[in-house]
Write a protein that binds this ligand. Structure first.
Ligand code: GLU
Length: 481
């Protein structure tokens, strides 16, 4: 049997990292098995579905490199892969199930159902036990699936092993609302059957829905899919991953300048591992090694610090300097809120290798090199007060004098001139160079000094030394940021 898997996001919000992880595991499994990866859009909730969210989902999957073989955006042999196009089909299945006695119309009021639940609670029973086919026949209302009472639902979850649900804990669930729209259970199962899905690989939060889907598939005369429930994502504090832990939308990682290959690698580790020791691996290595049965059932921890570390590793070790500069450019331009001229681009390329060593995400680049592109720099207040101590004025004056004479203007000559200055003034690098760094870049954190001055150019360097001296002399703090 060929492997056919799907992901079925609802376009009611931005693509969540948990769904991205589920998509990635489905994709890895499909690619490893030479199977088919399908994208279905679960937009039965027409009011809450939004084309912007759908676009975000497609963009996010493409960004991670999770190409799909059938589905929304690419089509396929099964017609539409969008649930809102298939309401007639779901209604037909629901009506067929009523005709064969596997489902029934139910017009009980919410109060009547509440009363049943209350009674179950009082007797210490599962509420589902009481929501069963009533004696009276209805001609309108919702359609409920009639859960067979003769045997438990048992299935072999690829990740969690054998699972058994007694019929007492499965209520007669609604499959079609009274307005004729399908519930998630119906639409999802009909699609999984119609699209011949072989494996349903999804988050453990849906585990309690699975017996319902298995019963429905059987009632449709189909062999249910094989199920694999992925462990949920938790924050480092052991609580379920939520906004409290930071961003949960994949797009915010993309916007912050995480590399898609690093994100791919990191998500792959949320519940799976290549082997006992390898943390950084290529997509190809993951495809070759991936086994659904080696997914762990333990909660997976989404740890931003580890992701940052990994992204920094990718930036430093997996990109050439040219690639780094090209990928950093849009982030830099966004941070500066303008495009770079050819001259400025050349200036950035001069220091790119040094910046590459120092950032964890691409959006950090702009703060490292802002001084290269802005005429008026603001001084970082803490840096300024830390280094502009007595003696700083003399250093700045002396540095300006010597830098004026440096020839050629390159990092070696600049370094030689400033080191000679340190020796002559008998000051150490910290006392002698930090004031220059703050004067010229505005901050005590920047790429290495000599290269920074070389990229900035002589005129700008001298002008900034001058400006810092003016400021020191007037004791003003008007330009602090
Ligand atoms: N639309 C459902 C969700 O986003 C699909 C779940 C499933 O994979 O069945 O949670």
């Amino acid at each position: 049997m060929s492997v056919r898997v799907r992901i079925a996001p609802s376009p009611t919000g931005y693509l969540h990292v948990g769904n991205a992880r589920a998509a990635l595991f489905n994709w890895l499994f499909a690619r490893h098995e030479g199977g088919t990866f399908i994208l279905r859009i679960d937009d039965t909730d027409v009011a809450r579905s939004d084309p912007e969210f759908e676009r975000d989902i497609l963009d996010g999957l493409r960004w991670l490199g999770l190409d799909w073989d059938e589905g929304v955006g690419v089509g396929g042999p099964h017609g539409s892969y969008r649930q809102s196009d298939r309401f007639d089909r779901y209604r037909q299945v629901a009506e067929d199930l009523v005709a064969t006695g596997r489902a029934y119309l139910d017009d009980r009021s919410p109060e009547e159902l509440d009363e049943l639940r209350r009674r179950a609670q009082k007797e210490g029973k599962h509420p589902g036990f009481y929501i069963r086919r009533p004696d009276r026949e209805a001609t309108s209302g919702v359609i409920r699936f009639s859960v067979p009472q003769d045997a438990p639902v048992t299935f072999d979850d690829v990740v969690r092993g054998e699972m058994t649900f007694s019929p007492e804990v499965v209520d007669d669930f609604v499959i079609l609302r009274s307005d004729g729209t399908p519930t998630y259970h119906l639409a999802s199962t009909v699609d999984d059957v119609d699209y011949e899905i072989s494996h349903v690989v999804r988050g453990e939060d849906l585990l309690s829905s699975t017996p319902k889907h298995i019963l429905l598939a059987r009632a449709m005369g189909a062999v249910p899919a094989t199920y694999a429930h992925l462990p949920l994502l938790f924050g480092p504090d052991g609580k379920k991953l939520s906004k409290r832990h930071g961003d949960t939308a994949l797009r915010s990682y993309r916007e912050a300048g995480y590399l898609p290959e690093a994100m791919f690698n990191y998500l792959a580790l949320l519940g799976w591992s290549l082997d006992a020791e390898t943390t950084i691996f290529s997509r190809q290595a993951a495809v070759e090694a991936f086994e659904l049965s080696s997914v762990s059932k333990n909660p997976a921890i989404f740890d931003r610090d580890k992701l940052d570390w990994m992204n920094g590793e990718y930036i430093r070790t997996r990109l050439t300097t040219d690639e780094f500069a090209a990928r950093a450019r849009p982030f830099l331009e966004r941070g500066l809120t303008r495009g770079l001229t050819a001259d400025e681009w050349a200036r950035f390329c001069e220091v790119a290798a040094l910046v590459q060593e120092r950032v964890k995400v691409l959006s950090e680049v702009v703060d490292q090199v802002r001084f290269l592109f802005e005429d008026e720099i603001g001084y970082d207040e803490r840096s300024w007060s830390k280094v502009m101590k007595p003696g700083a004025e003399q250093v700045l004056e002396e540095a300006a004098r010597r830098l004026e004479a440096v020839d050629p203007w390159d990092s070696e000559s600049i370094e030689a001139a400033l080191r000679a200055m340190l020796a002559d003034l008998e000051v150490g690098a910290r006392k002698g160079l930090q004031p220059i760094r703050v004067a010229v870049t505005g901050s005590s954190v920047s790429p290495p000094l000599f290269e920074s001055l070389a990229a900035l150019g002589r005129d700008r360097t001298l002008a900034r030394l001058q400006e810092a001296r003016r400021r020191l002399a007037s004791g003003s703090d008007d330009t602090l940021r």
